[in-house]
Each structure stands twice: as structure tokens, then as C-alpha cells.
Design a protein around this ligand. Structure first.
Ligand code: 9D3
Length: 250
């Protein structure tokens, strides 16, 4: 799978492609990432890639000309019809369903905006999907692009040591994850709040699974009630889940 990233800040990417569990996916080319500096694709003697917006107002707008030259170079190098994804605060929020869709394809061209945005005519002519990381303001699309690349890379075969980790992902199940504990069993002087829940020490796997499911359900209901509604609508809540939720809702 191949991703071509058009950006003014290609140097932001390298450290994220050479560390952590996703490193092997990137270094082996299982997830190939090629970086294209927009500034290398301008005809302008001053290598300008932006200018002031018609109609006035703050900030600068990325120009159609260098964007179209960069995109043509990427398309020629790829030789396929890969979708062009543009990261923008007005895009559709990235979620795990989108990540899975991207991970199951042959890759994409990722366009990272900077400044106030991109000339609308380029977007209208070339962009397939606009994606946002969420409702907060960043200074550009590079971190959202890296977030998508990371989320796609960790879904590749062999990236997570234990293949069960996928199936148990928070969100792949549609619920928030339960709490986790490891050594020591008790934090000195911290009382009950510093002690691992007894059920996890019991060795009773059915009871442990039930406890984890209940913690997920309770946390999701409190923090993300819309995810409970979605899980219910999708038939992902068992009668046992519903009985437990009923004990919380009063
Ligand atoms: C007042 C208008 N601003 C929109 C909130 C203009 C603006 C601010 C910041 C336009 C672009 C940007 C840079 N942000 C991104 O390119 C971006 C982004 C983000 O800021 N938040 C969440 N997801 C994304 S994806 C790309």
C-alpha cells in the first residue's frame, strides 16, 4: 500500500515513520510513504506557494498552480487512480471505520493544508474526501495525516505482536476500552484505590471477561452515550449487556 504526501513540511514525517510498533510497516514498505514538498513544484522564481485571499481577510491561501503541478507529478509517479484525501478543519471527522476503509485499499494521496486553506477551485477539481482530526484548531494538516498513517499502519499484518489486540481495540468493538492493571498488585500506602480489582487476580476467566465488559459498558455510557446507542442499534449488545446497563440507568 502506498501513500504520497503533499506537504510544505516533509521533515515533520520522518521521526514518526522510524519509531514505535508501526516502524516495521513503514521501513519494510508494507506501508510505503513518499513525501512531496509542495515548494519543489512551483514555477515561480521565488518559489511562492501562497498568496493573499481575494476579498481580503487574514491569512494566506495555497495557490492552484503549485498544487496542480505537485499532484500531476504524484499521479505520474503512481500511475493509478488513487483517491486524493485533503486534511481540513471542515472535513469529515476521522474514525476507525474510515481508517479500516483506507487500510483495505491500495493507498491514497494525502494533501496537507497550511495557512487559511487551499484555493477552492483546486479542491473542487481534484479532492475526493476532506478529513478532519476533530473540532480543534491545528496549524496544518500534517499531524492529521500522520494520525491516519499511524492508524492504518498498526492494522497491517505483523504490526501488533498479538493479533487479538485488533479485535479487542476500543472502537473496533464500538465501546470504550476497560481499565488495565499490572504489577504491583498494591501500591504501598494507597489503600483500596491503589489495589488491583480482586476479580483480575481470581483466575476466573469468565468472571474477568464479564468484569471487563461491564467496565467498558459503564465507562462508555457515562462518557460517550452515543456509542451505546450505536452499539444497541447495530445489535452489538447482548441481553446480559442490556441487563447490566439497566442497573446503571436508574
Ligand atoms: C477561522 C478559520 N480557521 C478554521 C478553524 C482557519 C483555519 C485554521 C487552521 C484553517 C486551517 C487551519 C489549519 N488546520 C488544518 O489544516 C487541519 C485541521 C485542524 O485544524 N483541526 C482538525 N483537523 C484538521 S485537518 C487539517
Amino acid at each position: 500500500m502506498r501513500f504520497d504526501v503533499i506537504t510544505l513540511f516533509p521533515n515533520l514525517f520522518a521521526p514518526h515513520l522510524s519509531e514505535g510498533v508501526t516502524r516495521r510497516a513503514f521501513e519494510s514498505g508494507q506501508v510505503e510513504v513518499r513525501l512531496w514538498n509542495l515548494r519543489d513544484h512551483t514555477d515561480d522564481p521565488h518559489r511562492r506557494v501562497d498568496d493573499r485571499p481575494y476579498g481580503g481577510g487574514p491569512g494566506m491561501v495555497l495557490l492552484v498552480e503549485p498544487l496542480e503541478r505537485a499532484l500531476a507529478a504524484v499521479r505520474a509517479a503512481r500511475g493509478d487512480g488513487a483517491p486524493l484525501l485533503h486534511f481540513s478543519p471542515t472535513g469529515r471527522r476521522i474514525d476507525q471505520a474510515l481508517v479500516q476503509e483506507v487500510a483495505s485499499g491500495g493507498g491514497a494521496i494525502l494533501l496537507c493544508g497550511r495557512y487559511e486553506g487551499i484555493d477552492q477551485r483546486f479542491l473542487d477539481r481534484h479532492v475526493d474526501v476532506e478529513l478532519s482530526l476533530g473540532d480543534f484548531v491545528l496549524s496544518g494538516g500534517e499531524l492529521p495525516a500522520l494520525a491516519l498513517l499511524d492508524a492504518v499502519a498498526r492494522l497491517q499484518d505483523g504490526v501488533l505482536g498479538d493479533s487479538r489486540s485488533h479485535a479487542q481495540d476500543s472502537f473496533s468493538q464500538g465501546l470504550l476500552d476497560c481499565p488495565h492493571y499490572s504489577r504491583p498488585e498494591a501500591l504501598p500506602g494507597a489503600g483500596d484505590a491503589g489495589t488491583v480489582p480482586a476479580v483480575l487476580m481470581s483466575g476466573n476467566h469468565a468472571q474477568i471477561a464479564r468484569w471487563r465488559r461491564e467496565r467498558s459498558l459503564a465507562l462508555t455510557l457515562r462518557r460517550r452515550p452515543e456509542l451505546i446507542a450505536a452499539a444497541r442499534a447495530a445489535g452489538r449488545l447482548s441481553p446480559t449487556d442490556e441487563s447490566y446497563l439497566a442497573t446503571l440507568e436508574q
